[in-house]
Design a protein around this ligand. Structure first.
Ligand code: SF4
Length: 345
C-alpha cells in the first residue's frame, strides 16, 4: 500500500443507548453492523499500513463494544493519537482505568446545559446524569493516576450546539458548574451541529441548526469564557466557517477518512457515499475512488454553492439520496415518512 492517510474516524458500531435528534448515523435505530474482533484487527492493520497519525473512535456508542479497548490500545501502543467519543452511558471505574492505558483523549458528549435540554436532544431520560457521572469517574481516575505518577488521558466535554442548547446565560451557568465539579477537566469544546444524517433533514435544520451569523456570535462568547477560565480547562468554540464544504469536500482535513462499522469506507466523512470496504479491497484503490468522488463535477458544484448552514443541509440531503447505497436510500426514505407521519399526528 502506498497511500498515506493521517486521520481516520472509525464508527465501530451503530448500537447506541441514545436516540439523538441530530444523529449523523441513525445509531440505535438500525442494525449495529459491528465487526467481530478478528475483522476489527484487520481494519487496524489497514490504518497502521496507511501511516495513521490519529484515530477517532465513534459510533454509535464505541464503549459498548467488547473489543474496543483492545483495539484502542493496539493503536495507542503504535504511537497513534487515539480519541474516543462517548455518551458516557456505560463508563465505570474499571473501564476508565483501562482507557487510561489505551487512549490519549476521552470526550463525553453533553449537548444541553441541564438535564431537561440534554435529554430532549439526546432522546433518552437519564442521559445527562449518566454523562455527568462518567465525567465524575474519569475525573477520579485521572486524579488517582496523576497522584501515583501514572499517565492518563485528557478528558473533556464536547458540546454540540443546537438552537435548544445555545442560550448563552444557561451555557455560562453550565460551564461554571462543570469547572467547579471537575477541576481536572482538560477541555470544553463547543461546536455547531453539522448537517449530517438526521441533522440534515429539513425538520431538524429549520428548528435546530444555528445560522453562520449566530455561530460567529458564539465565537465572541467563547473568547469571553476562555478569558474567564484562563487557568481552567482549554475552552474552544469551533469556527464552523472552516468546515463549510468546498469543491474537494473540505480544505481542513483533505486526507481524513471515515470507516463505517462493517468496514465500508465513505468517500468523505458525513456523507453517505461509499467507495468500497477496507476489508475487501486495498486502501489505494478505495482512496482513488474517494478522490474521484470528491472531484465529481456534480459534487464539486453542490459544494461550491454552499453559503449557509441551510445550503449545507440541502447539499447533504441531495448527496445522501444520490450517492447512498440502496440500504441507505431506503432508510432515508423511511425516516422521511416517519417525520411526515409525526407531523400529521
Ligand atoms: S449522536 Fe451519538 S450518542 Fe446520539 S444516537 Fe447518534 S451515535 Fe448515539
Amino acid at each position: 500500500m502506498t497511500v498515506k492517510i493521517s486521520k481516520f474516524i472509525w464508527d465501530i458500531t451503530y448500537a447506541c443507548p441514545l436516540r439523538c435528534a441530530h444523529c449523523y448515523s441513525e445509531s440505535g435505530r438500525r442494525p449495529a453492523r459491528t465487526l467481530d474482533r478478528d475483522a476489527a484487527m484487520r481494519v487496524i492493520d489497514v490504518m497502521l499500513a496507511a501511516g495513521a497519525v490519529s484515530v477517532m473512535f465513534s459510533g454509535g456508542e464505541p464503549l459498548s463494544i467488547r473489543w474496543a479497548p483492545e483495539a484502542m490500545k493496539r493503536l495507542h501502543d503504535a504511537g497513534i493519537l487515539v480519541t474516543v467519543f462517548t455518551t458516557g452511558w456505560s463508563i465505570q471505574e474499571k473501564l476508565a482505568n483501562t482507557l487510561a492505558d489505551a487512549v490519549a483523549g476521552v470526550s463525553v458528549s453533553i449537548d444541553g446545559p441541564d438535564a431537561a435540554i440534554h435529554n430532549a436532544i439526546r432522546g433518552r431520560a437519564g442521559a445527562f446524569e449518566r454523562g455527568m457521572r462518567a465525567l465524575d469517574i474519569l475525573h477520579r481516575v485521572k486524579d488517582e493516576r496523576q497522584a501515583a505518577g501514572q499517565n492518563c488521558f485528557k478528558f473533556g466535554i464536547d458540546y454540540t450546539l443546537t438552537r435548544s442548547g445555545a442560550n448563552e446565560a444557561d451555557l455560562e451557568q453550565f460551564v461554571e458548574t462543570a469547572v467547579k465539579r471537575f477541576p481536572r477537566l482538560d477541555f470544553i469544546r463547543l461546536g455547531a451541529v453539522i448537517p449530517s444524517g438526521l441533522a440534515a433533514e429539513r425538520e431538524f435544520e429549520t428548528k435546530e441548526i444555528l445560522t453562520i451569523e449566530e455561530l460567529v456570535d458564539m465565537l465572541d462568547f467563547g473568547r469571553r469564557l476562555a478569558a474567564r477560565y484562563e487557568n481552567g480547562p482549554m475552552f474552544v468554540v469551533t469556527d464552523v466557517r472552516y468546515f463549510l464544504p468546498q469543491p474537494g469536500a473540505n480544505v481542513v482535513d483533505p486526507d481524513i477518512l471515515q470507516i463505517e462499522p462493517d468496514g465500508a469506507l465513505r468517500a468523505f466523512p458525513i456523507y453517505e457515499a461509499k467507495v468500497g470496504n477496507v476489508l475487501h479491497e486495498p486502501l489505494d484503490v478505495l482512496w482513488s475512488r474517494a478522490q474521484a468522488w470528491r472531484a465529481d463535477p456534480l459534487v464539486a458544484e453542490l459544494m461550491e454553492g454552499v453559503q449557509s448552514m441551510a445550503d449545507w443541509a440541502n447539499t447533504t440531503r441531495i448527496l445522501d439520496r444520490r450517492y447512498g447505497s440502496d440500504d441507505d436510500r431506503e432508510r432515508i426514505r423511511r425516516r422521511a415518512l416517519a417525520v411526515n407521519d409525526a407531523r400529521e399526528d
